[in-house]
Design a protein around this ligand. Structure first.
Ligand code: UDP
Length: 249
């Protein structure tokens, strides 16, 4: 799939929820290993400052625009995107389709018990949904081999990882292929939302493009991370949104 535009050296794909789900279905039929990244301005600022994270996002099969900032930046660069594809909305949609089509999911990460609760909520909504494994674990390298083995034995096809960015994407870049899963995606706080540990912004706030602000109010410790937002806006508005070594002098 070709990127609609690049921001901070990261490709952004112009896809809708429906198209992502259809693509996942095709990948599950074909096999292989495919990484989906849900890219928001915080991801992009991390990628700008960190070439190894940038390389992972460049290598991802799909970088979906998760975050109003990415959509505004695309519009500013006259490369508008059709819709925001938020990981926390995509996961329940994948579960709905997956329940009908027999897809096998593994939920990795979040605090102990949270992934199990998220799975229970989704199973209640979509009877027949196969979540073949849930495990909190940790992104520590020493734990990796044991976690990979759990996933392999479960024969999961879709591996959703909640270790926060960039750890979840790094974890997937290292381990997706050997886990045997076909599709891997970092899902951030999605299990927390599904399990009711964190509250998602109400729909009207999301529609106004203010979900980031709602999260800042609920989790004020995010202010430091969210300093990425004004930096991101400044770089895009001044046309300095290429990663440092790609700036042509
Ligand atoms: N998390 C984890 N282990 C870690 C770091 C984070 O399980 O070492 C989990 C955390 O419990 C949360 C999820 O990662 O469920 C997402 O974290 P965050 O809210 O930072 O992600 P975001 O949604 O902002 O990408």
């Amino acid at each position: 799939m070709s990127a609609r535009l690049h921001l901070m050296g990261v490709p952004i794909h112009d896809v809708t929820y429906e198209e992502v789900i259809a693509q996942v279905g095709r990948w599950l039929e074909e096999g292989g290993h495919h990484l989906i990244a849900t890219v928001n301005p915080e991801f992009l600022m991390m990628a700008r400052d960190d070439p190894s994270f940038r390389a992972i996002l460049r290598g991802a099969d799909l970088c979906v625009p998760d975050g109003i900032g990415v959509l505004l930046a695309a519009r500013w660069k006259r490369r508008p995107l059709r819709e925001r594809v938020a990981g926390s909305d995509l996961v329940p949609m994948l579960a709905a389709v997956g329940a009908r089509r027999g897809w096998r999911f593994f939920f990795l990460g979040a605090a102990p018990g949270v992934a199990e609760r998220a799975a229970a909520v989704l199973r209640r909504r979509h009877p027949g949904l196969q979540v073949v494994g849930c495990y909190a674990g940790s992104p520590a390298v020493e734990e990796e081999a044991a976690i990979v083995e759990r996933i392999r034995v479960s024969e999961a096809q879709l591996l959703l990882v909640a270790y926060g960015a960039p750890r979840q994407e790094r974890w997937l870049a290292r381990n997706l292929a050997r886990s045997g899963a076909t599709v891997g995606m970092g899902v951030g706080g999605t299990f927390d939302f599904l399990a009711g540990v964190q509250r998602r912004a109400p729909r009207w706030i999301r529609r106004l493009g203010l979900e980031w602000f709602y999260r800042l109010l609920r989790e004020p410790w995010r202010w430091r991370r969210q300093l990425a937002l004004p930096r991101f806006a400044f770089l895009v508005l001044t046309g300095r949104d290429a990663p440092p070594e790609e700036v042509t002098r």
